[in-house]
Design a protein around this ligand. Structure first.
Ligand SMILES: Cc1cc2nc3c(=O)[nH]c(=O)nc-3n(C[C@H](O)[C@H](O)[C@H](O)COP(=O)(O)O)c2cc1C
Length: 323
């Protein structure tokens, strides 16, 4: 195994901390002294929940934002070209590493948050997320070309909750979906998948939102969740591979911005994974944006970190021979 050169090593240490559905980590990297190529790993795309690899591209987009921020925090920069190879669709991006960048306090804060961000599926407190933080989340999405719609009207939240129940029911009745979920929640000495400890308690009766069960067949205790949840839908203007990778960067900037503000987040992806509910969700957003991710925000207690494959295990370092 060849060592990853500096500063690519810093970028990849950050990249692998990106979120991914069922913690599949659907990425690979190729590295030279001044370039990182990001590749989609088709073996790690969820064939049932994510048959078009849309969520895998969101995850790789999140990894790209982590890389950009980590390089900036270290005084470098990256010029990123998305989908650089027409005839190689799994080649998602090339990041050209540049020297000399004057780090901003915001880059530094977001880069530091990469290590602490995690999906928190546990109940949040009833303390509302202040307006200025809500606005910061919306601004974070738009900085990366995304649109974050906060469902602040009770009618919109109720409509989302109904779509969530419908999609969760469809997935729970789908044996292929359940087999796939079991595969990624099976315990053991592994550095991917979602361990039972990262799952949340069972929602007490009357809870509005239906969370995905990550407890591998166990029956966790029942607890009340927050009574007035803050839910937002991240959308993109189109649904191309390019738009999905941009949306992944927007998603990650939103999640890191929340982390820097002490706000926890978790995903509610069921309605975007089921085609019929995704279409209805788009209608809920006024038909403009294509829904890419549904996120829940609030003040929570700490959530455990999930494991990752080491950068060396997912990276091929190419040593360039000088002429
Ligand atoms: C596109 C996408 C969809 C996801 N959907 C869900 C979901 O529906 N429910 C959930 O609890 N977690 C969901 N997750 C969170 C992942 O399970 C999580 O990122 C992964 O287990 C790694 O854990 P971490 O986020 O704490 O680092 C999703 C993540 C991504 C990137």
């Amino acid at each position: 195994m060849t060592a990853i050169p500096y500063p690519a090593a810093i970028a990849l240490e950050a990249a692998i901390r990106a979120p991914s559905p069922h913690n599949t980590q659907p990425w690979r990297f190729e590295v030279t002294a001044d370039r990182i190529d990001v590749l989609l790993d088709p073996e790690r795309v969820l064939a049932v929940a994510d048959s078009e690899a849309r969520e895998a591209r969101l995850s790789c987009g999140a990894a790209i934002l982590n890389m950009r921020l980590a390089l900036r925090a270290a005084g470098h920069d990256a010029v990123v070209e998305l989908l650089p190879s027409r005839d190689r669709p799994e080649h998602l991006a090339t990041a050209w590493i540049k020297d000399s960048y004057r780090t901003t306090p915001q880059d530094g804060a977001l880069a530091r948050a990469i290590r602490f961000r995690r999906s928190n599926r546990r109940p949040f407190t009833d303390r509302p997320v202040p307006v200025w933080i809500r606005q910061a989340l919306v601004d974070a999405a738009s900085m990366e070309g995304g649109e974050l719609a906060l469902l602040e009207r009770p009618a919109d939240l109720d409509a989302l909750a109904a779509l969530l129940r419908h999609a969760e029911h469809a997935q729970s009745e789908d044996p292929a979906f359940q087999v796939e979920l079991c595969r990624w929640t099976a315990e053991g000495a592994r550095d991917d998948g979602v361990p039972a400890v990262a799952g949340g308690p069972r929602p007490a009766p009357g809870t509005l939102l239906t969370l995905r069960h990550y407890t591998a067949g166990g029956r966790p205790p029942e607890r009340p969740y927050e009574s007035d949840p803050l839910v937002a839908v991240l959308g993109s203007s189109t649904d191309t591979s390019l738009a999905q990778m941009r949306a992944g960067q927007a998603m990650q900037r939103v999640l890191l911005t929340a982390t820097t503000a002490g706000v926890s987040a978790s995903f509610l992806s069921q309605p975007v994974e089921v085609a019929t509910t995704r279409a209805s969700l788009r209608g809920l957003l006024g038909g403009r944006a294509c829904p890419q991710a549904v996120l829940r925000f609030g003040y929570g207690f700490t959530a455990p970190a999930t494991r990752r494959r080491r950068p060396e295990a997912v990276t091929h370092t190419i040593e360039e021979v000088s002429p």
